[in-house]
Ligand binder design. Structure first.
Ligand SMILES: [Zn+2]
Length: 253
């Protein structure tokens, strides 16, 4: 099984955009810049894990040092809007411009952009067509499967790496206020069930501002050790999408 330990590196992009007069709320988001990201990168380095950070273009522009640390450690940057926009509030033209700007900014620092995850909870009927047109290979936003799959958009092939709410640290910790031990036992239970079901894929959605707190980085460490003991492998979004593409081409032969 491949585990996609995915990170949404939002920093305070959404807070600066939607809540710019809420100083404390913005400071909570900036924990990722000051502390959380460093803890996450250290943990990933300890286990030699290379993964994907879905990062808004605004974060790349405003926190170049943090973004450089991610790239220098060999991780993949993927698109996450420009300012963590609520895409379903945008016109077609506005949404196109957001994706184009975000992709161009990421390309400038990394040279390529393969992946996308929705900022906030929703996408639009235009999102995939725009992403495919911009050359984005995979999306990681939908909840309609627990296995990756290939789909077509206007004649272009894309791969979906599905997600689910109970694998999202922000929902569990910041909205539901669960304890670290409760979340760890749930994720381990979920992984065991996925292994029993012989799934090829398991995805956690993590935010450095949230999982980077001391007690939570500890459960992520325990989760990684549990997964490694069961011969799971860790891969980036791009690696998993490529693997899925190869599988679907083989099936067509
Ligand atoms: Zn986000």
């Amino acid at each position: 099984m491949f585990i996609f330990l995915s990170f949404d590196f939002d920093a305070d992009s959404a807070e600066q955009y939607y809540y710019h007069d809420q100083i404390v709320k913005m400071s909570k988001a900036r924990f990722s810049i000051n502390v959380g990201l460093q803890r996450v990168l250290k943990l990933l380095k300890n286990y030699g894990i290379k993964t994907t950070f879905f990062t808004p273009g605004w974060v790349v522009e405003n926190y170049p040092g943090s973004v450089k640390m991610i790239i220098n450690d060999g991780h993949e940057l993927a698109s996450h809007g420009y300012r963590h926009e609520k895409l379903n509030e945008l016109s077609y033209e506005e949404e196109y411009n957001v994706h184009k700007k975000a992709v161009n900014i990421l390309k400038q620092v990394q040279g390529f952009v393969y992946g996308f995850r929705r900022p906030y909870w929703e996408i639009t009927r235009n999102t995939f067509a725009i992403l495919a047109q911009l050359g984005v290979l995979y999306d990681s936003s939908l909840m309609d499967s627990d296995e990756p799959y290939v789909f077509n958009v206007n004649g272009r092939t894309m791969v979906e790496l599905p997600v689910y709410d109970i694998y999202d640290d922000w929902i569990l910790f910041e909205i539901e206020h669960r304890s670290p031990k409760d979340v760890l036992s749930m994720w381990i239970y979920e992984l065991e069930a996925a292994l029993e079901e012989e799934l090829s894929y398991f995805c956690l959605i993590l935010h450095p501002a949230c999982i980077g707190r001391a007690s939570r980085i500890r459960i992520l460490d325990e989760f990684i050790r549990f997964a490694l003991d069961r011969k799971c492998r860790f891969a980036s979004g791009y690696e998993i999408a490529q693997k899925e593409l190869r599988k679907s081409k083989k099936a067509l032969q």
